[in-house]
Write a protein that binds this ligand. Structure first.
Ligand code: ADP
Ligand code: MG
Length: 398
């Protein structure tokens, strides 16, 4: 049984000639110097839904954000490159609309044949998107007849395109990918095999902390590493040099660590360097990171420690890389964890891995999609959902 109504719950005729807005998650990592998309998993995963709708004779209008432009137009965060990739993948033209506030364009969409695909420019170029502005929501919903959410990764945000505009539609459906995410995660949560190991890394600590706190009771072990670790290490009186941390979360981290010291596992050694570029100044240090150095990866003892925890069977949930894996020299910890999760899955663990960068890291480690039980497109949203929060972008659907 579906949790939310899915596009395939309707006959194909239903969509014929309709304009369908799909909130997709095309927030993909891009290398602007080389003008390439580093990882297009999120684009490819939306294709079955787009296929279904254009085969049904709908015109689809895709909306997404990319990065955090904070209401300012920023060429580096334009979705134009994504429209080109989507067009390659679909083998058909994708119309790119860089100014949907211009009334003319909606008339142009009306003239397009059924089955056409339009991608709107980065919605976060407008501050009204994250403000969940009512008139912006109205503008977006005025383009279309049906609303579809295929952006699981943004469903924890009550923004105009994920929440505000959806309220204006009679028909608000889940896409195939959102449905699959919901099904898998609900099933996993209803019978979580023990031990339940949670692995948190990455850099967006503040975003992850509220979900983390909900997971503390549910998890048997919670590994906190990558950029997320240093707030905890500093809170415990460790020297972290120039490593990233979240000042306002220090108090919280200290309290949580005291309360859950038997569950929380932090790195015990680190690969540090004077700066990201100075890879020849790398050192391995135990607890205390010297002044002038910053941690960019976990060290070898930590890799052994994590390997001994990520064994399977049971359940494993992973979001966030163990280091700055984008740089070869700092990728070892993340690659080892990726392989440990895959191996544990072979041993019978149920594994869920999510997050834009974390998925890119799996590829770097040459871990196949088939070696992970569920590869999620969501990072923060997945964390919140697993932590038991309801997601506004999901709640709003039929
Ligand atoms: P995800 O996209 O998988 O949810 P995040 O966006 O939270 O993950 O974080 C990913 C980023 O975290 C990566 O680009 C990585 O370079 C960075 N990162 C990991 N460890 C560290 C660290 N120790 N210091 C700084 N950045 C880090
Ligand atoms: Mg990310």
């Amino acid at each position: 049984m579906s949790i939310k109504k899915v596009i395939s719950d309707y006959p194909k005729d239903f969509f014929n000639g309709k304009k369908v807005f799909i909130r997709v998650d095309f927030n993909v990592p891009i290398n602007n110097e080389q003008n390439i998309i580093r990882e297009d998993y999120r684009i490819r995963r939306a294709i079955p839904t787009i296929d279904f709708l254009i085969d049904s004779g709908a015109k689809v209008i895709l909306g997404s954000h990319l990065g955090r432009p904070k209401g300012i137009v920023n060429d580096d965060l334009s979705l134009r490159i994504v429209s080109e990739r989507l067009s390659e993948l679909m083998g058909k033209k994708v119309f790119f609309c860089d100014d949907f506030k211009d009334k003319d364009w909606i008339n142009k969409v009306d003239l397009l044949p059924n089955g056409s695909i339009v991608l709107l420019e980065n919605l976060r170029f407008y501050k009204e998107e994250t403000d969940n502005d009512e008139s912006f929501s109205e503008l977006l919903s005025s383009f279309c007849d049906i609303y579809v959410n295929e952006a699981f990764g943004t469903s924890h945000r009550a923004h105009a395109s994920t929440y505000g505009m959806a309220k204006n539609f009679d028909t608000k459906l889940a896409g195939f990918l959102v449905n699959k995410e919901l099904q898998f995660i609900s099933e996993m949560l209803s019978k979580t095999n023990k031990p339940f190991v949670v692995i948190i890394g990455g850099s967006k600590i503040k975003d992850k902390i509220s979900a983390m706190s909900k997971l503390l009771d549910r998890a048997d072990k919670i590994i906190i590493a990558g950029g997320a670790a240093y707030t905890f290490i500093k809170a415990n009186g460790g020297d972290i040099g120039n490593s990233i941390f979240e000042a306002e979360m220090i108090e919280w981290s200290r309290k949580v660590y005291t309360e859950y010291s038997d569950k929380i596992v932090l790195p015990v050694d680190h690969l540090v360097s004077e700066s990201i570029e100075k890879t020849n100044s790398c050192l391995i240090v135990d607890d205390n990171i010297p002044d002038g150095y910053q941690a960019f990866d976990i060290g070898p003892k930590t890799i052994d420690l994590f390997n001994s925890i990520i064994k399977g069977p049971g359940s494993i949930f992973w979001n966030g890389p163990m280091g700055v894996f984008e740089v070869e020299k700092y990728s070892s910890g993340t690659i080892h964890v990726a392989r440990a999760v895959a191996l544990a899955t072979w041993r019978g663990a149920t594994s869920v891995v999510g997050g834009g960068e974390t998925i890119a890291a799996l590829r770097k480690a040459e871990v196949l999609e088939s070696e992970i039980s569920h590869m999620s497109t969501g990072g923060g949203a997945l964390l919140e959902y697993i932590g038991g929060s309801s997601l506004p972008g999901i709640e709003i659907l039929d």
